[in-house]
Design a protein around this ligand. Structure first.
Ligand code: MD3
Ligand code: FE
Length: 203
């Protein structure tokens, strides 16, 4: 078994945190949320992942009440906040009743999707981010708080893995240089990779 690891202060990797049934149920939930889109970036680029937001609509630099086409954002379900509290409690080994995530970004990676090194600083809150991985394994790159370059640590994230980023790691640069296509368990019925991040918007 892969061991639980604190990659940096506040950055805890818990391999195989979700049961197979929980993974199946999460994939089903992800399929039910409508409106996966590639986010357009201010520099004219387009992200290669397709994203659906719950609770609030993320766009670079801000969270909005509505999507770009004016349609309402999918609600953030209570069961997902409960899962976030369980995740935080397990990762940090302390109660997390006061953790109230109100936004989730659900990212879908096909065989060619990547995510460049970035910081998540659009939340007006210092609360941790909870990340859950489903489907294909990816190489996750966890960097430093100074810049997008070395030093960084590459970690494989597999289906069912939990990663929590809090404290000094909350503002670390990070990215996904590649996924490993075809590594998902065929029984999961997911081609590609899904990642859910739970956050506190501070809105
Ligand atoms: C470290 N997602 O949605 S999850 C993102 O796998 C994002 O889809 C990646 O980066 C993905 O912004 C990585 C791991 C992650 C998420 C949020 C973080 C690491 C983080 C926030 C702060 C520090
Ligand atoms: Fe991020």
């Amino acid at each position: 078994p892969r061991p639980r690891r604190e990659i940096a202060p506040g950055a805890v990797h818990v391999p195989d945190w979700l049961t197979v049934q929980e993974q199946r149920d999460l994939v089903t939930a992800c399929r039910g949320w409508r409106g996966y889109r590639s986010t357009r970036l201010p520099n004219g680029g387009v992200m290669s992942v397709r994203t659906v937001c719950l609770g609030w609509q993320w766009r670079p630099y801000r969270y909005d009440r509505l999507r770009e086409d004016g349609s309402p954002v999918e609600p953030f379900p209570d069961w997902l906040a409960d899962l976030g509290r369980r995740a935080l409690a397990d990762a940090y080994g302390r109660p997390a009743e006061d953790y109230e995530p109100d936004v989730a970004l659900v990212n879908y990676y096909d065989a060619t999707s990547k995510m460049g090194m970035h910081q998540d600083k659009d939340e007006h809150s210092t609360e941790p981010v909870v990340s859950l991985s489903l489907g294909d394994t990816c190489v996750f790159r966890f960097g430093n708080t100074e810049h997008r370059n070395r030093p960084y640590t590459d970690v494989e994230l597999r289906s069912g893995d939990l990663f929590v980023f809090g404290g000094p790691s909350r503002l670390a640069f990070h990215g996904v240089p590649k996924t490993l296509p075809g590594t998902a368990d065929p029984d999961l019925g997911l081609t590609g990779r899904l990642n859910l991040t739970l956050r506190v918007s501070g809105r």
